[in-house]
Write a protein that binds this ligand. Sequence first.
Ligand SMILES: *[C@@H]1O[C@H](CO)[C@@H](O)[C@H](O)[C@H]1NC(C)=O
Ligand SMILES: *[C@@H]1O[C@H](CO)[C@@H](O)[C@H](O)[C@H]1NC(C)=O
Ligand SMILES: *[C@@H]1O[C@H](CO)[C@@H](O)[C@H](O)[C@H]1NC(C)=O
Length: 453
Amino acid sequence: MKATPNLLLLWGTSLLSHTTSAFVIDNNNHYQQQPLIVDDASISPLQISTSSAANDGPSYRKNLLSLHKSLIEIPSISRTEQEVGKFLLDYLRNNLGYAAKAQFLESDKTSHGSDGDDHSQGRFNVLAWPSSHNLSSPRVLVTSHIDVVPPFIPYHINTPEGSDQVTSDTFISGRGSVDAKASVAAQIVAVEELIRAKEVDPADLMLLFVVGEEISGDGMKTFSAAYNDQDADKSNNNNNKKELPRLHFNAAIYGEPTENKLSCGHKGHAGGLLKAQGIAGHSGYPWLFKSATEVLVKALAKIISADLGSSERYGNTTVNIGTIAGGVAANVIPKEAQAKLAIRVAVGNQTTGANIVREAVDKILKETDAEAFTMEWNGGYGPVECNCDVDGFETMVASYGTDVPNFEGDHVSYLYGPGTILVAHGDDEGLKVGDLETAVEGYKTLIKHALAA
Ligand SMILES: *[C@@H]1O[C@H](CO)[C@@H](O)[C@H](O)[C@H]1NC(C)=O
Ligand SMILES: *[C@@H]1O[C@H](CO)[C@@H](O)[C@H](O)[C@H]1NC(C)=O
Ligand SMILES: *[C@@H]1O[C@H](CO)[C@@H](O)[C@H](O)[C@H]1NC(C)=O
């Protein structure tokens, strides 16, 4: 998922009480398990969790943890997902016997690195279907993303010194351990468990692991353009289109960190670059010139205190001023200033929400100074609704963006996955083994629910 730090805090305040109380941070900045209540002070927390629950795992624990570990150990920062993609293709084909296919993206000409290489060369989504027959009409898409945010953080499993004993309380950390390689691993195991138990018809399911979710959503957009049967005219120059039929799903299940709660949707997004134009001059004579920083600061102050709309389901629209820059020296009235904004939209619907917020911001800019500003909006969408009406799940609403709006069509969307957003992009990204296993069961329930609908 994509998120900005201040929004994480806003969204998280109501969750903090039960997500952090069981952890402390050690000297190396790692989370450590602590039982909520330790009755006997002579017994260390670690001894309690290992001795009392040595055989508490489901039969798939070993496979699940091994897959999760392999995924995390392969770096896959957005635009460099190829190695993890190759691993998944191999795993799905050779370990599980699925049909799997790489869907290549058109080369992204804008993503040249500082060394001049096009790092997007050869990027691909992984499509797979658990079936010996040819893909014809899978009804449910199970999907997540394989790219992660920087920097790479190595895999670590917090087993007791000199032991590899794992319990459901064992903590696993590393980049992607939550967002979203936890979802990827749990989804694959859930599908495999359902097939093994003959609880589903394998031909009904398709797996999709996309690249680029943390940047532009280019992976999911490419999939949607090529295969979605309601998006047909967008794919004329797509070189993947002949190999598979167009698909129409009844439901798509998206894996993102929701603490194993079923998300009722998430806020929308409107972002852009706000530029202010002034007139340079000597700082002793401000009345003769025009300060771009001053006018920018005034407008930003109004924007962050304005009511940009709210709704019962999604709460308030919130604004992050992500960067701010301007001026050349203390004694020069600044000619230019700019700020980058990321606004999380809580009003309107997916189609209208971003526009409602853009118009409100444009009005503030006009009222502040009709000449000084240009606002370059990029993309944007309103709140994204997901189905959270499934028995047995706690529900939540997310303040981060996902690939849900990037896959067009009239399918029902479910958003669910292990781990908390509050650590997802941070140095302490990690989760408990039990969270991963709960997610396998959650995905199984959701897949069966979606197939029964
Ligand atoms: C799958 O498609 C290929 C090529 O069209 C065909 O040769 C093969 O018989 C099909 N397999 C099944 C199980 O339908
Ligand atoms: C939303 O904004 C209103 C007024 O600005 C404030 O009173 C309220 O506490 C905010 N709600 C949340 C959930 O932050
Ligand atoms: C969004 O809201 C607009 C205006 O209220 C309405 O015309 C449109 O049908 C809605 N779209 C969806 C997808 O609900």
